[in-house]
Design a protein around this ligand. Sequence first.
Ligand code: ATP
Length: 511
Amino acid sequence: MANNQDKFKQVIAHAKEYGYIFSSSEIYDGLSAVYDYGQNGAELKNNIKTYWWKSMVQLHEEIVGLDAAILMHPKTWKASGHVDAFNDPLIDNKDSKKRYRADVLIEDYCEKLEQKAQKEITKAKKRFGDDFDEEQFVNTHPRVVKYRSQQKEIMQRMAKSLDAENLADVKSLIEELEIACPESGSRKWTDVKQFNLMFGTKLGASADSASDLYLRPETAQGIFVNFANVQKTGRMKIPFGIAQIGKAFRNEIVARQFIFRQREFEQMEMQYFVRPGDELKWFEYWKEQRQKWHQSLGLGEENYRFHDHEKLAHYANAATDIEFNFPFGFKELEGIHSRTDFDLKAHEKMSGKKLQFFDPELNKNYVPYVIETSIGLDRMFLAVFATALQDEELEDGSSRTVLKIPSILAPVKAAVFPLLKRDGLPEIAHEIVDQLKWDFNVTYDEKDAVGRRYRRQDAAGTPFCITVDHETKEDGCVTIRHRDTMEQKRVKIEELNAIIAKEVSFKNWMG
Ligand code: ATP
């Protein structure tokens, strides 16, 4: 197979050519980091959703589903911390046209001052040997004192300016420190702008700021605010989970890598509510469960790895990423987080409503702890699609491009061909389509020679091709060919449903 970059280009081109993914509003030259899913893409996406939903909701008696609205009361995002913490202060360099986070530029400057201070300390350590008193040195050496106090002063000023939303001063600071663009060396900067990753919108025609809404940046909060509704109406007992699939929106600054980082994407999230103190046990349980789910699809164990977070978010007491080997390297596909009681408590405080569970065994009320599993549907799509796309050398010296999508996820399960467009063969093929279409998504194809039709279906990811020939009229049998092995068998038309059903049975894949 081609090198990684070529492979990635091939994935993008193939996804378009076979009706999986198009640029959004392509006839207007597209919209950056927004994509549309075509006829095959929509099917694959739905099949991934179903595979996740069934394994979460159907296979777990204690997990139920939810479909919360994208628009939520604006206080939700205040409580969750997104209004205050989903902000980046941005600045552009006018010469290089590169965009930076202003706070990161200033922090990098301070880091350089610290490196200078460290240099002095190392030098002195060498000079004084065992007699070196580091504390006294850093407190009295004029240059070290200067570097350290400069850093402190700069960081304090930046924090104060950011807190006060005084972005003009953040820019002044960058100018006073003569910070240059790392790319061009230029010091021509635009004004600093506060950039919240949430997309804002307005409710109705009102101009007042109380009606400012956000498109949700994650689906999780829809679950938290419905905790009490679901718990009471479903008479749920802890531990229990709420699962949801839905769109999320983030105005990503640097959005590249095709559907990996989009501004509009879908998440499949499950929040599992547990007794405080039990959370790390359940964290391990969900790590294992999610790994099982991924392994069941056969994308290759070597393509997955766990990356435990060393630096935890303020609300988490354990977190891990499931990373996947994408064409551009190992990157986050799914996050598993132990979120403590942070979210429910924050919503209790903001709303004044109790979000607690009465535990009959302990005979007391508490705010449950939460384990979250959160996977990007589009990233899962990319993982499946990129891994499935293969160029194969065949025994006869020829080659083929095949999309070995796990058959349970394949958009079209079978293509039915008449060998020729005459002699009553198309009619029989159509009858077979009518017989299969109640159970499976199937297609009819009569164009080109059968060999070309096989190649076309291989490249589109269809697991079965079924060919009707003249003998079919005599013996009621057809040829069924499998995409992966290219093996052909003659079987009775009545057997077709059972053969396909076995191949795409949820139980056979997940069980
Ligand atoms: P990243 O660090 O890659 O930005 P994140 O840690 O911000 O991701 P989470 O907030 O944990 O992501 O969201 C959960 C999941 O949602 C991620 O594991 C990922 O699969 C998906 N996701 C997040 N941002 C995007 C995006 N911009 N486009 C597509 N999927 C995304």
